[in-house]
Design a protein around this ligand. Sequence first.
Ligand code: GLY
Length: 351
Amino acid sequence: MTDRRSFLKASLLGAAAPVLAWSGKLFAGPVPGALSTGTARVVSTWDFGVAANQAAWAILGPGGRALDAVEKGVQVPESDLKNHSVGKGGYPDRDGHVTLDASIMDADGNCGAVAALENIEHPISVARRVMERTPHVLLVGAGALQFAIAQGFKQQNLLTPEAEAAWHEWLKTAHYQPSINSEVRDYGKSGGQATGMPGGAGNHDTIGMLAIDAQGRLAGACTTSGMAWKMRGRVGDSPIIGAGLYVDGEVGGATSTGVGEEVIRNAGSFLVVELMRQGRSPHEACKEAVLRIVKRRREASKTIQVGFLAMNRAGEVGAYAIQRGFTYAVCDARRQDAVLPSESVYATSYS
Ligand code: GLY
């Protein structure tokens, strides 16, 4: 039950007490603080961020570049056929098309993105090519595919038999509610995590990743197949610079997961970075951005999930979510497999 009492309870807990809802491997220590000079860190959304972080660390650890690390890192869930909310194996739209959204950004304001891209396994790499080889920021649909093919990316079918079977199951009722519920319908049925899909466990929505390398350079990446059973042509927050991802080398970076429409309405990741610019910690900035969504959408917020993850230029990390169950993975020289539970507005799980 997500009532006023649980809202107040979670609010009063404030920054002091993380809601320890996640029952897996937890970070054995305090929330990651500032890094010493010359050291690196990578963070990403959800527990599946661990494997992505480790791929990024293979670049960051030996002194590689943050931009290369985030691209390589998020390619892991893009290729994971068991992950039904990112890349190949993602659940399709209501018409059976797997359409992918992704964005990438560096510390100097360089950025690239693709939206509604089909048949390409690594939209994040196409987004990077948009950034580096075109005068544009965002390519969509057929144009994005045309560009990807021209850049040498191979086309392939991204709809796996498992995802197709789930789509056929959904078609039996074809119950569709724009913007909410496909993200959280199974919330509470998989260890309190927003599963991001109706009728299945182990699906956790977008991966957003932020990295700082040993030279102090920041970069971020964000990639998703979006809401399961979305309307054809629907684009979420992930490829929208300032919504699903924002990085500013003077301040830090932020990324988001959950119902993209609510993040877009509030320019969420840009807001988090701007709040950090004004002096808020990453945790405080994420919390303020989440509370702004809840304040504007008090009733709707009870049944949706949005989570923000941020890292400032000192390497300090913070996160906050509407619903309990959002986790984030942290990887640095000390430990490469840490998962932390985010605090949330509502302390009780949605069920
Ligand atoms: N956050 C992913 C989406 O709404 O598409």
